[in-house]
Ligand binder design. Structure first.
Ligand code: ADP
Ligand code: MG
Length: 405
């Protein structure tokens, strides 16, 4: 990891480049011991929008994880040395770690009541809000809209699929792709590994990627192919992706628990978990253990959502399908994990094979219109179909085809 010079925009000065190399993106980096970085950072922020005071605050808010480096657990109201020690022993070393913790898990980890655990988490979040890292409790809808318009989005590699998302995969959200075997879930994940490393102007996040592989289907050779076919230097692209092969559900839970640290370490703005369910599904097979499985999945999903929001990153998970014999109309398949995964995912997309091609359908979203798009999988990863490109001028924001409804 680390050598990100090639994916950053080329008009940066050398100082900027070095700074970027050390700390990730120049515009979201402030280090107390790095004056150059501090100056660059404030300069970049002012450049975001010189006329509007509110935009500056917004840029600071969106700047992400940097100011956090200055915040210590001891700075949190109501947390003294003994709690700090207990938190440290539980692996919670930063304000961010505490802010994204789950109440139940924290209570167990530090041997406290749920009420105390909740109050510590809320106090950490309050400090982040006061430091402009987290959104204020109330903002006007107008400010919320401005903020959403400036959210970073990552291209999927397919124009029509990006249209389905109204501009690509969103940061600060959990996007779930579910579909049967071979429907293209892992192919989307592989393509995202390459697109995310690209500069923001090219539809990327200019960031590292974390890929958690629970099914053993991650293939670096495929990344190499996708990068080459897209005219991206494969070596740099591969260095940008941190892969973790996970073997059992406890291991996955541990990775998710420590995800904040990995996000910082790898300067990741995209985390992929392919798939979220396979290990839990295999290990908690019997009916009797279903409640336990659901509770664990629930805890994972909520943690992922908090991490996406607080660290300002995009989280992509894949999910399998199971047959639903009680379905009389339409497709007799459903995502696994029941409501637990669905409720925590911000966006839910169903993938389906259609001959040689694939159909993606936005199933659940707080604001996207219900719609289908057709795409293909080829050497470039996921890609647009020739015929869809020709139709391009006729389609609206999202191409809705009625035939598969
Ligand atoms: N290099 C490639 N070129 C073209 N198509 C590919 C390539 N690699 C994989 N595919 C297609 O992707 C399919 C597998 O999709 P995948 O995303 O791995 O499925 P899943 O939804 O189970 O994760 C294969 O059946 C094949 O059609
Ligand atoms: Mg797969």
């Amino acid at each position: 990891m680390g050598d990100k010079k090639s994916v950053n925009s080329t008009n940066h000065s050398q100082v900027e480049m070095d700074n970027t190399f050390k700390k990730g993106k120049a515009d979201d980096t402030v280090s107390p011991d790095d004056k150059v970085s501090e100056n660059l950072s404030s300069e970049t922020r002012i450049n975001v929008d010189e006329d509007e005071e509110s935009s500056k605050t917004e840029a600071t808010e969106l700047a992400g994880t940097t100011e956090l480096l200055d915040l210590e657990i001891q700075d949190i109201e109501g947390i003294g040395p003994s709690t700090t020690k207990k938190l440290r022993e539980a692996g919670i070393l930063s304000v961010m770690d505490l802010a994204v913790a789950g109440v139940e898990d924290l209570a167990v980890d530090i041997n406290s009541t749920k009420d105390s655990a909740a109050s510590f988490i809320m106090a950490a979040q309050k400090l982040l809000r006061e430091s402009n890292i987290l959104e204020k409790e109330f903002i006007t809808a107008e400010a919320a809209l401005r903020k959403r318009r400036s959210l970073l989005r990552c291209s999927t590699g397919s124009g029509v699929l990006d249209e389905l998302f109204l501009g690509g995969i969103e940061t600060q959200a959990v996007t779930e792709f579910y579909g049967e075997f071979g429907s293209g879930k892992s192919q989307i994940c592989h393509t995202l590994c390459i697109t995310a490393g690209q500069p923001v102007e090219s539809g990327g996040l200019d960031s590292g990627v974390i890929y958690v592989d629970t099914e053993g289907t991650f293939r670096p050779e495929r990344l190499e192919q996708i990068a080459r076919e897209r005219g991206v230097d494969p070596l740099h692209a591969l260095k940008n992706v941190a892969v973790c092969k996970v073997y059992n559900s406890s291991h996955l839970e541990l990775i998710v628990k420590n995800l904040g640290k990995y996000v910082d370490d790898y300067k990741a703005k995209l985390v992929i978990i392919d798939s979220i369910i396979s290990l839990h599904r295999a290990e908690f097979a019997g009916r009797g253990t279903l409640a336990d499985r659901q509770q664990r999945l629930n805890s994972i999903m909520h943690k992922l959502l908090r991490i996406a929001e607080i660290y300002n990153i995009a989280l992509v998970v894949t999910n399998q399908v199971q047959s639903a014999p009680d379905t009389f109309f339409g497709d007799p398949t459903r995502p696994t994990g029941g409501n637990v995964i669905g409720h925590a995912s911000t966006y839910r997309v169903y993938l389906k094979k259609s001959g040689e091609n694939r159909i993606a359908r936005m199933v659940d979203s707080p604001y996207h219109p219900y719609g289908d798009v057709r795409f293909t999988v080829n050497e470039k990863g996921v890609d647009d179909l020739e015929e869809e490109l020709k139709k391009g001028s006729k389609r609206g924001k999202v191409g809705v085809s009625k035939e598969d409804n």
